[in-house]
Every structure is written in structure tokens, then in C-alpha cells.
Design a protein around this ligand. Structure first.
Ligand SMILES: [Zn+2]
Length: 404
């Protein structure tokens, strides 16, 4: 039996008769609202065909929409098909013995037919595959390896939510989210979350959002402030493989730089600067070759570059008033996704030896709406430009890099 859904001009299988008087209902999950609506009880026929000819015809007819096949001719091809009378008959044929070369040519194992007395036409038919989700990438992307990895995401704003979503899509097994704030109306324009989440804590709403789309991933929500509750964050940094910080403001970024260095974990810091004209992604790796956030900023200050940390806070020093995000939503998602890519590439290269995932440096500047009026290395002149450079070695006097 089928259910007809007029709005989408489609039929959805409702029950299948698998033997005499054996009817199995097709369970359609609640969230597939469009597949559950419509008028039920349209009879359909389900026929196992004896020869491959029927499905070869289906392939041919599907490619020649101007041609149909007569009902008499169809009945010879598919014996047992009922006469539809003056109505439309829906028939599904199954050819379990279809040779691989015909399948490769595009002939289907299951074929749908719209049967009328004055002609029979092929119906496109869509069958839920046995394997859904990231498991479909098995053999093409290291999903087993990444499923064993974990990442802490600090900050679930516009960049952090985009990064978290991308990490889920890459197949990271566990993501721990840290953010103290509620999701409010003014956040919505630039965020992955929608009006259903207004008023909720960002971490809890993001956890639900991710669980809906990426059920294989474990998400842990921590409604915490990375600065005020650093003692709570420290053990999380210890147990994850990498930290991705998308929190804005000077203090959270410094705390992440410090805690990840001490825990000997790589950290990726993402933000937009200069009113959203450029994006910046920094990779901090706890090796003698690379310093921390403070070491990088000191070097840039010595060169006369923009004070990128202060640029993120209007009321520099108080940590209270943040620069309003002026970047447009897709630019922020682009930076968040970019940061997630760098995070995944770092894990794949360092933990799994995948050298196709080497990134060109440690410090990326991304052109969003660059005016070209900033000092090196922020002086990009084109949207879409990505400039990579390294970061300096640890300073001898650095409180983060030098062992206590
Ligand atoms: Zn340092």
C-alpha cells in the first residue's frame, strides 16, 4: 500500500506484503514529516520479474521521456500485472538477478512504473540505502580513525558553531563544547542555530542540533567560562586530542593558548579582525619550533603590525565590551569551517601520519573584505586570498612556553 503526497507529487510506501497475509508496515520516523502526510491506502503491485528485459526497458524509457510502452506490451514483459481500469496503477518490479554490467549501465534493481491502459511510463524510485551517514565514506575518508579522536571547542558563537558542525561532518568522534552564554535573538543571524533555540544555553542547543544531524557523534556540553573556570577546563584539555578556540576577546584566547601548551595539545584559534575584513586562523603546536599566541603577537608587535588581540575588544583591558561582529554570516562560517579543516588536518597528519593533510604553515590570514590598508602580514588585497606564514619560536622569557 502507498500513501500519496500531493504537494510533492510522490507516493511513499506504507506497507509491504512479503508473503500471503504477511504485511510489514514501513516505519517512517516522526521527523520525516513530509513522508508521513498525504492520503493513504493507494494499492500498488509488487512483482518479482523473471527476466532482465523489464529493467532494461525501464532504463531505456527513463532516458527517452518522449516514448512510452503499451499496456499489452508491458503485460508481456511483466506477467501478472493488474489491469488498472481507468485509474493509475503503480507497480514496483524487482530484479534480484540483474547482472553487474546492466547495473553499471544504470538499470535499477527496483523499478517503478506508472501503469495506465493507454501506456506505461517509468517512475523514478528512491530506496533508503542500508548504510547511511558517514559510514558511506568508509574506505574514502579515515572515519574510523577520526571517530576515535576528540576535540574541545571553546566558544559556540557564529564561528564556533560553524566549526563544530564541520568537525561533525569530518567525523570527529567526540566534541566537547564550552560556552557560558545563552543563545539570544541578536545571535541568530550569524549562527547555525535557529529561533527554536532562543533562550537556551548555546552548548545545550548545539548538542541537540548536532545530535539530530550527526547521531554517531558524542557531544558533551559544558556551560562554563573558560577564563573564570580554567580549573574546570584544564582536565578537559588533558583528555582531548586538540583544542579549537573560537571565543572572541583577549582573555579566553590567552587561556586556551596557555592551557593547551601546558597540556602539550595542539590548539587552533579562529577569529575575524578589522570589522570582519579578514579572518585569522592560528595553529599552535607544543613543540620547540613554535611559540604560543603571546610569542606570535609579540613578534607582530615588534614588526609594527596591527594589535590583533586588542582589535577584538573595544574596551581593551576590561574584557567586558566586545567588538560587535560585523562580518556577514557566510564569511564567519567560512572562517569556522576553515579552522575545522586545519584542526582535522593537524590530527590526521600528526596522529595518523596522513601526509595529504599537511597545511602550508601555522598562521593563515583569509581575505573576506580586505581594504588593503593593514600592515604586513594582514595586508591582503583580495577576497578569498589566503596567506600562510609560520610563527616564531618560543621567547626565552615567555610565561606560557618556558617550563615553569
Ligand atoms: Zn610563548
Amino acid at each position: 500500500m502507498l500513501r500519496r503526497v500531493p504537494a510533492d507529487d510522490m507516493y511513499v510506501v506504507q506497507t509491504v506484503e512479503t508473503g500471503k497475509d504477511i504485511r510489514l508496515p514501513a516505519e517512517v520516523p516522526r521527523e520525516y514529516a513530509a513522508l508521513r502526510s498525504g492520503d493513504p491506502h493507494h494499492a500498488a503491485q509488487w512483482i518479482r520479474v523473471a527476466t532482465n528485459d523489464a529493467h532494461l526497458h525501464h532504463l531505456f524509457l527513463s532516458r527517452r521521456p518522449d516514448i512510452s510502452i503499451g499496456f499489452k506490451e508491458f503485460r508481456e514483459l511483466v506477467p501478472g500485472v493488474s489491469d488498472p481500469g481507468n485509474n493509475l496503477g503503480v507497480v514496483v518490479t524487482h530484479d534480484p538477478d540483474l547482472p553487474p554490467e546492466l547495473m553499471e549501465a544504470g538499470a535499477p534493481e527496483f523499478a517503478g512504473w506508472a501503469v495506465r491502459r493507454d501506456g506505461v511510463e517509468p517512475l523514478p524510485i528512491e530506496i533508503e540505502p542500508e548504510v547511511l551517514g558517514l559510514a558511506q565514506l568508509t574506505g574514502k575518508w579515515p572515519i574510523e580513525q577520526l571517530a576515535a579522536n576528540s576535540i574541545l571547542v571553546v566558544g559556540c558563537g557564529s564561528i564556533g558553531s560553524a566549526a563544530a558542525e564541520a568537525l561533525a561532518g569530518y567525523g570527529v568522534g567526540r566534541v566537547e563544547l564550552v560556552d557560558p552564554d545563552r543563545f539570544l535573538w541578536h545571535n541568530m543571524l550569524r549562527h547555525t542555530l535557529g529561533p527554536e533555540s532562543v533562550g537556551r544555553f548555546k552548548v545545550a542547543a548545539m548538542k541537540d542540533h548536532l545530535a539530530q544531524h550527526w547521531p554517531q557523534q558524542t557531544v558533551v556540553a559544558h556551560r562554563r567560562d573558560v577564563v573564570a573556570e580554567a580549573h574546570y577546563i584544564r582536565p578537559i584539555v588533558d583528555r582531548v586530542d586538540l583544542v579549537l578556540c573560537a571565543a572572541d576577546g583577549i582573555a579566553p584566547r590567552r587561556v586556551v593558548s596557555h592551557l593547551s601548551r601546558r597540556a602539550r595539545k595542539p590548539a587552533i584559534l579562529a577569529c575575524v579582525l578589522d570589522n570582519g575584513s579578514i579572518g585569522e586562523v592560528i595553529r599552535l603546536r607544543p613543540t620547540p619550533r613554535f611559540g604560543c599566541l603571546l610569542c606570535l603577537r609579540q613578534q607582530l608587535a615588534d614588526q609594527g603590525a596591527m594589535d590583533a588581540e586588542a582589535d577584538q575588544e573595544l574596551d581593551y583591558g576590561t574584557g567586558r565590551v566586545h567588538q560587535p561582529m560585523t562580518a556577514v554570516p557566510p564569511d564567519l562560517r567560512y572562517v569556522g569551517t576553515f579552522a575545522a579543516k586545519v584542526a582535522i588536518a593537524t590530527l590526521l597528519e600528526s596522529l595518523h601520519g596522513d601526509h595529504t593533510q599537511q597545511v602550508p604553515g601555522e598562521h593563515a590570514i583569509i581575505g573576506l573584505r580586505p581594504a588593503g590598508d593593514l600592515a604586513d602580514p594582514f595586508d591582503l588585497s583580495h577576497a578569498g586570498d589566503v596567506r600562510w606564514s609560520s610563527i616564531p619560536r618560543p621567547r626565552a622569557s615567555c610565561p606560557t612556553c618556558s617550563p615553569a
